[in-house]
Design a protein around this ligand. Sequence first.
Ligand SMILES: C[S@@+](CC[C@H](N)C(=O)[O-])C[C@H]1O[C@@H](n2cnc3c(N)ncnc32)[C@H](O)[C@@H]1O
Length: 217
Amino acid sequence: MNAAEQQAAAQPQTMQRYYRWHARIYDVTRWAFLFGRRRLLRLLPQKPALRLAEIGCGTGFNLKRLARQHADWQLTGVDVSRHMLDRAFRALKPYSQRVFLLEKSYGKGQFRLKESTDIVLFSYSLTMFNPGFEGAIEQAYDDLRPGGCIAVVDFHDTPFGWFRRWMGLNHVRMEGQLLPVLERHFEPKTCEVRRAFGGLWRYLVFVGVKPRSSVDG
Ligand SMILES: C[S@@+](CC[C@H](N)C(=O)[O-])C[C@H]1O[C@@H](n2cnc3c(N)ncnc32)[C@H](O)[C@@H]1O
């Protein structure tokens, strides 16, 4: 195994270690800077009986809101951290009949969602797939039905090196790396890059459609 492969293989354990402690303070700290999550939920297709999977669902912030809003949607949350999922499980208890939680690492070829997934959601998770974000986007492409949507909200970039390094210490890569890969695979319906905290960083809100005419779809 070369160094890059070793890093890729270690990513799930890195996340499990990081969130063993951070899961406890996640909900009381992250609301202050994970901008755009509610906006992304409003941008999702509002049709009946959709199947949605959130990858890196964490403590269930998005799934809880979706379960409340869409009584007939089938929701799946995937996360590699048992400590985050424990919290999601508690938050989603009232909806346990129609929200399924899976403790798994997501990535190219690791496992498949149900083939007819209509929406794959990534909310502040893809910038933590280091390495592996391209593989996760490719897997989402494979898991979506043609015409299905990928929905992403995440950090985009920062002009400040010290801030980029600080976020790196927290396993977040913010070098504008997600957008080109998303645009390569999906037809953009919404693509916004917005300033946060007066320009300390920018974040991305992206909704894209898997082309119906894709050769492999
Ligand atoms: C910053 S949290 C975001 C949680 C939630 N989506 C939200 O918006 O609050 C990132 C989550 O991605 C998960 N994650 C990171 N790498 C993963 C992987 N390879 N497979 C599945 N989940 C992963 C982490 O365990 C963590 O719960």
